[in-house]
Each structure stands twice: as C-alpha cells, then as structure tokens.
Write a protein that binds this ligand. Sequence first.
Ligand code: OOG
Ligand code: NI
Length: 269
Amino acid sequence: MSTQVKSLFENIWENYIQVTPSAKNIHQLLGADNSGHDVINDHVAYRTFNLEKVNIEKLAQHLLNLGYKECGEYHFEAKKLYAKHFEHADTNLPKVFISELLVEEFSAQAQQIIRKLVAQIDEQVIAEPSFLYAGKQWQVSFEDYQTLLAESEYAAWLAAWGYRANHFTVSVNHLVNFEHLEDVNTALKDAGFSLNTTGGEIKGDQSVKLEQSSTMADKVTVEFSDTAAEIPSCFYEFAKRYPLANGELYSGFVAASADKIFESTNVAA
Ligand code: OOG
Ligand code: NI
C-alpha cells in the first residue's frame, strides 16, 4: 500500500490510542501471537457538522486525494445525521465512514453553540490531511457540552473531541484465533470490557452480510474551558463480513446497525 496512506493511518491510530487506552489491550487480546500485529482494521469513522466549512466533503477530500472513492450513503432520521462511506481500490486499506450532524434541525441555542465552535477553526488546518487527526480545534465550556448533550449525544461528543477517528474496527474475518463474533464478544467480556448492548450485543446478521459489535467508549478526563470532567472518548468495533453472490465480501455498512453503534459513546451507560 502507498506509504502516504499508510503513514496517514499510523498518525490516525496514534491520535486515537492517546485517548483510548483500552485499544492496545484489545489488540493483544485478539491478536494470534498476542502482539496485535495480525489485527486487520476494517474501517475507521469520523463525525462532523454539516456546515459548509467542515462538512463530509471537507474531510473526504483528503481521502479522495489518496485514491479513495465515495461508495454508499446512509440516513439516520431520529439522530438527525447523514453519512457516506469511502473505499480504496486497494482492499487492504481500511474503509472510512463519515457522518455529519444536520445542524439546522437543532434548537437555536444548540445551533449557536455549534456555529461558535466551527468559527474558531483555522481554514488552513482543514485543508491539510492532518485534519483527520487534528482533534478539537476550538475552546468549549463544560456548560456548552452539557447543553449540546441534552439534545444530541453525538453533538456533545464532537464538541469535546473534534476531528479524530472515533473508532477502529477489528476485521473478525482476518482473526486467526476466532471465527465467530460471539466468541470475540465472550473473550472481551471475560477480559472485563463492557460491550454496547443497544439492540443486542451483535448488530446485524448474515442476511444483511454484516455482523458488528463494539465496546463502550473509554472514559477520559477532558479539560473544558471552565472545568475538567470525565467523559466518554473513543471505542473499538468488531466486524464480520459475509460474501455476496459473486463471492466478494460485502463492503458496505448497514444503517440499522450503525444507528446503534453510534451509541457506543453515550454518556449514561
Ligand atoms: C459511527 C457509527 C457507525 C458502523 O460501523 O456502522 C459505524 C460513529 O459512531 O460515528 O461505525
Ligand atoms: Ni464502525
């Protein structure tokens, strides 16, 4: 794979593990030789606002520049989100899922907070590939975080964490020691990790060609502009893909399952 893409994902990973201490332990738990080297990443996911300055297209441009192509789109009416996913011709490279919050559908108060955050971002930062691991590009108070939280867990998470992969995903198809997602889940629970149980531990089944599970996000202390608080950071996902009639593994996402995976960063859990 191209060294440019490889180093981009290495940077994204480094940024992710800084706030996701459990990620390294999960690698060791699932990797055949317990070094984690044989863990293949199925995809990463990003969150943003649908405001022109930072919408899906702005993040995606960095992937398109590296040869990624837009492949699917997804609607989440209740959560007021829209998403697209991107794939590279080199199927060894991770897929990327990018969602955006439909800002205009929120209260005037929430919209004002969000616009105030986005106004603080330097355009130059958005234009660089490092935007994909830039983190939070604004000052936000815990009070504003809580105001957003009352309307959208997603908006609050994004305000606190900004531009970074909110999860990496273990490709269960590539694991040497496990065949079934259920056995991966059992190993995780036995090791003390808590799983996202919304809609059951396993989202999707063979009929939709994709089974997914995820941990609940780690809890990390964040310095807000007014006070520090411990809040959910990032999580780890596990995906098993099934072949289509042509023999190739399904490479898309499943909206009904994704809707529940979003809740892996919920505060009350
Ligand atoms: C993305 C949730 C969706 C999947 O694999 O379906 C997803 C997010 O939490 O931002 O990752
Ligand atoms: Ni995912």
